[in-house]
Design a protein around this ligand. Structure first.
Ligand code: KG4
Ligand code: ZN
Length: 357
């Protein structure tokens, strides 16, 4: 028996089958099917909500079927369904939510609603990952959730399967770290989402070639990245290039070669530097005995490397496939909720609605 998890909050249509892990604070993933819409949105330089919703409608059934087939089970083997309720794009969320309601109702099995951020945080409890075995010796655990929409710090004081509370310490006043990566990449004409391209191109660049601001330098845990893109825009102009403008294709006017690599490395160095500084401050303030990074930006190679070099406590990070959006993490959060009885009855589930923020 197993739980089917569904994630459609943004531009990944994903379904996973999970069940109890070998240890009672972990979850086993049997399948994790992901259809990414990145290619559909690329021409627009960002996510188009209408396109996202329509693509979820097209891909939902194939993705569910793939998840069940890879796990070697059928609908009749399911004991519960977990689905992302929010935050995210409303039209996209409603595709997964409506389908999950219909399936749970018709199969007469419980539905569990999962918060997307809680899903990212629970990616830490998926078993058999390379660098992600958290034990009570690592508590309190400082967790940094860095994604396209969030830059949050949390403190975790207990492990599942009991009710866990990620106590929020801080967030970003405006843009998230992932947005700083993506908007900087867009200015330089790199494809959406730009974080992974900046990461890749940075390997041949000089991180000290250009100086970019490290926002909110004070002794507080808040982040702010909204001014960062303006600094990148100004630097690109100052170097004599024309920043990418939607619709205008002038590749020869965009930074290329070594200058592009130096810009990428310097941008990444500044964003990672800001994250690491706040994380170090939070460790000092909380006395954390372990650090975990989750969310799309936690896949960044310089962030992982710098933390491993600088932080004196154990550093945990999910496997890359569980960093960016996926249904397995929704299944991890949903599984423990299910086991704690935090489920919606057939009567309650019909009135469940999505939330955007
Ligand atoms: O968690 P996620 O898939 O979606 C949200 O919930 O936002 O995170 C997506 C974000 C994007 O901003 C993307 O550019 C960033 O994660 N990202 C990276 C890397 N891989 C993904 N940023 C920097 N370096 C990477 N390797
Ligand atoms: Zn996410």
């Amino acid at each position: 028996m197993a739980l089917l998890a569904i994630e459609t909050s943004c531009d990944e249509c994903s379904a996973a089958v999970v069940s109890a892990g070998t240890a009672n604070d972990q979850v086993k993933v049997h399948s994790n099917a992901i259809f990414t819409q990145i290619d559909l949105h690329r021409a627009f330089g960002g996510i188009v909500p209408e396109i996202a919703s329509r693509s979820h409608l097209d891909m939902f059934n194939p993705v569910i079927n793939e998840a069940l087939a890879k796990a070697g089970i059928q609908f009749s083997d399911l004991e519960a369904i977990a689905v992302t309720q929010g935050p995210g794009l409303i039209g996209a969320l409603l595709v997964g939510l409506s389908a999950a309601k219909a399936m749970a109702y018709s199969l007469d099995i419980p539905l569990i609603s999962v918060d997307h951020l809680d899903g990212h945080l629970h990616s830490l409890f998926i078993e058999s990952q390379k660098n992600c075995r958290i034990t009570s010796a690592n508590l309190p655990l400082l967790v940094c959730l860095v994604s396209g929409g969030h830059t949050n710090l949390y403190l975790l004081k207990s492990l599942p399967p009991g009710a866990v509370r990620f106590e929020k310490l801080s967030d970003s006043r405006d843009d998230a770290a992932g947005e700083a990566f993506d908007k900087s990449a867009k200015i330089m004409g790199l494809p959406y989402p730009g974080g992974v391209h900046i990461d890749r191109i940075s390997t041949s660049g000089n991180p000290k070639a250009y100086v970019f601001p490290k926002p909110m330098p004070g002794k507080n845990l808040e982040f702010s990245f909204s001014g960062f893109k303006t600094a990148v825009l100004n630097k690109v102009k100052e170097l004599g290039y024309e920043p990418y403008v939607f619709g205008a294709v002038h590749p020869e006017k965009l930074p290329q070669g070594q200058i592009l690599a130096d810009l990428c490395a310097s941008i990444q160095h500044a964003i990672v530097g800001t994250l690491v500084k706040k994380i170090e401050l939070a460790i000092e303030m909380t006395g954390a005995k372990g650090l975990a990074i989750v969310g799309g930006v936690s896949a960044n190679s310089e962030l992982r490397k710098t933390l491993n070099e600088r932080v004196k406590i154990p550093v945990f990070s999910p496997d890359p496939v569980y960093c960016t959006d996926n249904a397995a993490m929704i299944g991890a959060s949903g599984w423990f909720k299910y086991k704690r009885g935090e489920i919606l009855s057939n009567k309650e589930l019909l009135s469940l609605n999505a939330y955007s923020s």
